[in-house]
Design a protein around this ligand. Structure first.
Ligand code: ADP
Ligand code: MG
Length: 295
């Protein structure tokens, strides 16, 4: 490819909402035969809202105070929907020792209490002292079955509340997924969310159940991409989060969606500057003509 031809191609792409950071990615687009896609913020809008809350109100307030130090979509939703606006002159809660655990949740001290907010299985297994080894499935399993993201709140080692967050599937997701699958591309949905929430989204989009996996950590997302590549696939990863950065980097073509985290933009070869997944379709449609221009 001549520099001029490449410039023409990338200029065309830019007008279609596609920013090509790594030009070599363009040349393998036509070979992509497996696409791994993140759920929250990628297939969905990532604008969560709190749709249900059960348990102790004080614990939920402590959770909201702790989440004020996180930029995770769950944190933003909780702060917006339950964050306290302290009365004039009142002392805001003191938050310290905050530790964010990628793909799991957040830990910290709020007004001297130890507060943990995150994946229900992780919160219960690692941050509560349980009678026996039992972890409560309810209300989390019901939230997840309804397609909501379940989150647990523990205070001082005790499970105190269950939260359900809703998110909308982007209108453009269904079309691109259908298009990819019809063209024979294997589509995998990988998410840190509850497995049943992930299945609900997969069902809506027509992704086979055995290709949709939940409770996937950031390292496992990366490993999944590595394994597909080892099996001979040319892999595209599409994601938005800090938790997707490793997988975006490992993929043959990493695509970060519009509004994604800085880490995802840095790790990706291509990023979208137009909302939604429509530009991905343009990217594949355009790959053939782009290559014609380049060669
Ligand atoms: P995804 O792969 O769907 O983009 P993440 O890896 O960011 O999701 O998060 C996976 C899960 O970890 C969430 O569904 C949630 O249960 C938990 N989690 C992560 N960060 C937070 C946080 N700041 N507050 C509450 N829960 C969190
Ligand atoms: Mg995401």
């Amino acid at each position: 490819a001549t520099p001029l031809a490449m410039a023409v191609a990338t200029g065309k792409a830019a007008r279609a909402g596609i920013f090509i950071k790594e030009e070599s990615a363009l040349q393998i687009l036509n070979d992509v035969d497996a696409v791994v896609v993140d759920k929250t913020g990628t297939l969905t809008e990532g604008m969560l809202s709190l749709v249900d809350a059960v348990g102790d109100d004080e614990a939920i307030a402590l959770a909201a105070a702790l989440e004020a130090s996180s930029t995770h979509p769950i944190a933003e939703a909780l702060v917006r929907d339950r964050g306290a606006c302290p009365a004039p002159g009142a002392t805001p809660p003191s938050v310290s020792d905050v530790d964010t655990v990628q793909g799991q949740g957040i830990i910290g001290r709020v007004d001297g209490r130890r507060v943990v907010v995150g994946r229900p299985d992780w919160v219960q297994r690692e941050h509560t002292t349980l009678a026996g080894n039992a972890t409560a499935d309810e209300p989390f399993a019901s939230f997840a079955e309804d397609g909501y993201t379940p989150v647990a709140v523990a205070v001082d080692g005790e499970l105190k509340a269950g939260l359900a967050f809703g998110d909308r599937i982007r209108p453009s997701s269904s079309e691109i997924i259908q298009q990819l699958m019809e063209s024979g591309t294997e589509v995998y949905l990988c998410s840190g969310d509850h497995p049943q929430t992930v299945q609900a989204v997969a069902r809506t989009l027509g992704i086979p159940a055995d290709r949709a996996t939940g409770h996937v950590s950031p390292e496992e997302k990366r490993r999944h991409v590595d394994e597909l590549r080892r099996d001979g696939h040319t892999v595209m990863m599409i994601g938005d989060g800090v938790n997707d950065a490793g997988a975006l980097q490992a993929a043959d073509v990493g695509v970060a969606v519009e509004g994604g985290s800085t880490a995802s933009l840095v790790a990706a070869d291509i990023f979208l500057t137009r909302d939604g997944l429509d530009p991905v379709a343009d990217l594949f449609d355009g790959a053939t003509s782009v290559m014609r221009v380049i060669r």
